[in-house]
Design a protein around this ligand. Structure first.
Ligand SMILES: O=C[C@H](O)[C@H](O)[C@H](O)COP(=O)(O)O
Length: 234
């Protein structure tokens, strides 16, 4: 079988990633997301870099930093670039209409949220399977917590109505974030008011950040069977 059309959705995601990468212009400071979709975008940026485009990147994970470095992309940090022109990332769920997100199934939510908050424009790339009517319909909300007292933090998250699971890797080891913290995956079911839930989670001592991204998205590029669609925040 020819490999060319064997993964049509993969090919569409690659096109969506290229479309997002095409938004980067010479001289920009760009947030580089994390995950399989963001990796396609970083690859596309690597090709543009090889063609002569020059920009600086702030990666949202050690994984993305390693990938970008291997492509020769110049990486900087917030000490020289406290504000970014653009950040591009994937997501685990995108709510139709609001374009609010759940992120963090890859464990990079804290740096991703800091980078998104520092960016003038935050562009998200997903396949159509990630679109939902209500956040929480399919994905848990990942919450990054301090290792000290995580059991107490988990209990309080449970009191908000979540089923809480400490994230464990396939090999049975604890999942530890780039910042040395733990992830509690909190299943709430469909979330009526993401803003209120984000605030309530953030109020719990021991919580560092949640994977709810509310009112942060500028645009979503969706790879679907009918092609690419661009959704813009109202
Ligand atoms: O922590 C991981 C990130 O939030 C990812 O952007 C998210 O999980 C989506 O990843 P993927 O593109 O691999 O589905």
């Amino acid at each position: 079988m020819s490999g060319q059309n064997s993964d049509p959705m993969g090919e569409l995601k690659r096109r969506a990633a290229e479309e997002a990468a095409a938004m980067v212009q010479d001289g920009m400071a760009v947030g580089l997301g994390t995950g399989s979709t963001a990796a396609l975008m970083i690859d596309a940026l690597g090709r543009r870099w090889a063609d002569g485009l020059r920009f600086v990147g702030i990666p949202t994970s050690e994984r993305s930093a390693e990938q970008a470095r291997a492509l020769g992309i110049t990486l900087v940090d917030f000490s020289t670039h406290a504000q970014l022109d653009l950040a591009i990332d994937g997501a685990d769920e995108v709510e139709r209409g609001s374009l609010d997100l759940i992120k963090g199934l890859g464990g990079a939510l804290l740096r991703e949220k800091i980078v998104a908050a520092a960016a003038r424009r935050f562009v998200v790339i997903v396949d159509e399977g990630k679109l939902v009517d209500h956040l929480g319909s399919r994905s848990p909300v990942p919450v990054e917590v301090t290792p000290f007292g995580w059991e107490s933090t988990a209990r309080q998250l449970g009191e908000l109505g979540a089923r809480v699971a400490l994230r464990i890797k396939r090999d049975g080891e604890l999942f530890v974030t780039d910042g040395g913290n733990l992830i509690l995956d909190c299943t709430f079911g469909p979330i009526e008011d993401p803003r209120a839930l984000e605030a309530a989670i953030g109020d719990i001592v021991g919580v560092i950040e949640s994977g709810l991204f509310v009112h942060r998205t500028s645009e979503v590029i969706v790879a679907g069977r009918q092609g690419l669609t661009r959704l813009v925040a109202a």
